[in-house]
Design a protein around this ligand. Structure first.
Ligand SMILES: [Mn+2]
Length: 443
């Protein structure tokens, strides 16, 4: 029996050389370079040294691409130097972004590349006093690769030796051009685990030898929400494996919804309502906040308000003003506001008159599913016809190369929501311009 556990720190897509998008210029925020992948990687190296791990393993897309090569290579080198000083080996596979760059960087030293050119190769980690752990990896041979990496089988696991697979691939998408691979087939290899790069949304570390995505090391844009960071694997002498994610990302993204219906004057009160929502969103992060230096928050506005255009103007001013607040000692900034508010309209009264606004109001009521609509004999039948028409138009848009596959997966409910939002927006605009026209026309 070994005297101690073997530990490996696994790192997902870093995209070194890139900077996070959608961070406003604000005096209160740390500089962008302190919030990006380079800063996240420095933290990983520091933590690896502090924990005295036995190896660091990188699952591809380490460097973003040839355009950011110098930035990326410099950032990588900073972390590799401190790991080398501490005697911690670094192993990696290449992804679709660093197919050519990573092997070149590995040749310069500091990284052992696994699976060069679409082969499988293994490296053993043999720390004194700890159990030996084998890493088996496969690297992208070309930026696009439509064949499963398992077309050539990886070496079978050896009895009594804990083996992990390290791979950059697209799980369970047979048509993918990014190394499509089946999760069941990976699980069937009998490895202790498969740690994957490519998809930036992190999964919970999986047990039972099942594959899971490490996720991007630090969220690169507002869609990359949740807890990001490396996964620490601890392997006991009895072969038991424990994995947990360390929330080391310097920048955390989150979102929240704000219902404006109860507000007395939503446009006037928007700044304080948004600040309240941001404070709640930061508090709701809990442990996901981890070691973050900044939090980007996207607020979705919902509800029915008297003055939707006033709300829109107030929202625009808040976003343009790089709104920041200090919550739990971390700077939280307003990344953006998604406006889904509706104007308070007397739709039935509008629909009773057959002018352009009234005809639109009839459509809105019908799409909302009203049982009776002024001027409409069979609302349910018309609703079905409206949706058929909307689907046909969306199919036309979908056929245009620039919008390919945009809405092809949309179901009837998604089409109804979109059509309803569009009809409401046009109706509100029509009424606003009509009102302005009247006011400017006293004679
Ligand atoms: Mn990636």
């Amino acid at each position: 029996m070994s005297e101690r556990d073997t530990t490996i720190l696994f790192v997902g897509d870093m995209h070194l050389g890139r900077l996070p998008t959608r961070v406003p210029d604000g005096d209160d925020l740390p500089p962008l370079a302190e919030l990006g992948p380079g800063a996240a990687w420095r933290r990983v190296a520091d933590e690896a040294v502090r924990l005295a791990v036995d190896a660091v393993a990188l699952a591809g897309d380490v460097v973003h691409g040839a355009n950011d090569l110098f930035e990326g290579a410099n950032e990588l080198a900073a972390g590799l130097e401190s790991l080398a000083r501490a005697g911690i080996p670094v192993l990696a596979v290449a992804g679709n972004h660093d197919t050519r760059v990573l092997p070149d960087l590995a040749r310069r030293g500091g990284i052992t590349l696994l699976g060069p050119g679409g082969t499988w190769s293994a490296a053993d980690i043999t720390p004194p006093g700890g159990p030996t752990v084998r890493l088996v990896g496969w690297s992208f041979p070309e930026p696009h690769w439509s064949v499963s990496p398992l077309a050539t089988p990886p070496p079978p696991p050896e009895t009594g030796l804990v083996t992990f697979g390290l791979l950059h691939a697209d799980l369970d998408l047979a048509d993918s051009r990014y190394a499509p691979v089946s999760s069941a087939a990976l699980t069937n290899t009998g490895y202790a685990g498969w740690l994957l790069g490519h998809i930036h949304r992190p999964d919970e570390p999986a047990d039972g030898g099942r594959p899971f995505y490490l996720g991007s090391l630090s969220g690169l844009d507002p869609t990359e929400t949740g807890r990001h960071g490396p996964v620490l694997a601890r392997i006991g002498g009895d072969g038991r494996v424990a994995m947990r994610r360390l929330a080391l990302a310097p920048l955390v993204w989150t979102g929240c919804e704000l219902d404006l219906s109860p507000a007395e004057d939503a446009a006037r009160d928007l700044p304080s309502l948004v600040l309240g929502a941001m404070t709640d969103a930061a508090a709701a992060l809990g442990d996901d906040l981890g070691a973050a230096r900044a939090v980007g928050i996207r607020v979705v506005l919902r509800g029915t308000v008297a003055d939707p255009n006033g709300v829109r103007r107030a929202a625009g001013a808040l976003v343009a003003g790089a709104t920041c607040l200090n919550a739990r000692g971390v700077m939280c900034f307003l990344e953006g506001i998604i406006d889904e508010v509706r104007g308070a309209l007397d739709l039935a009264a509008l629909a009773a008159i057959a002018d352009p606004a009234g005809l639109l109001a009839r459509r809105v009521l019908t799409l909302e599913g009203a049982g009776a609509v002024p001027g409409v004999e069979d609302p349910a039948g018309w609703r079905a016809a409206l949706l058929r028409d909307a689907r046909r138009r969306l199919a036309d848009i979908d056929a245009m190369p620039a919008f390919g596959n945009m809405e092809s997966a949309a179901d009837d409910e998604a089409v109804r929501r979109e059509a309803l939002a569009a009809a409401r927006a046009v109706l509100e605009h029509l009424l606003a311009t009509k009102g302005a026209g009247h006011a400017a026309d006293p004679a």
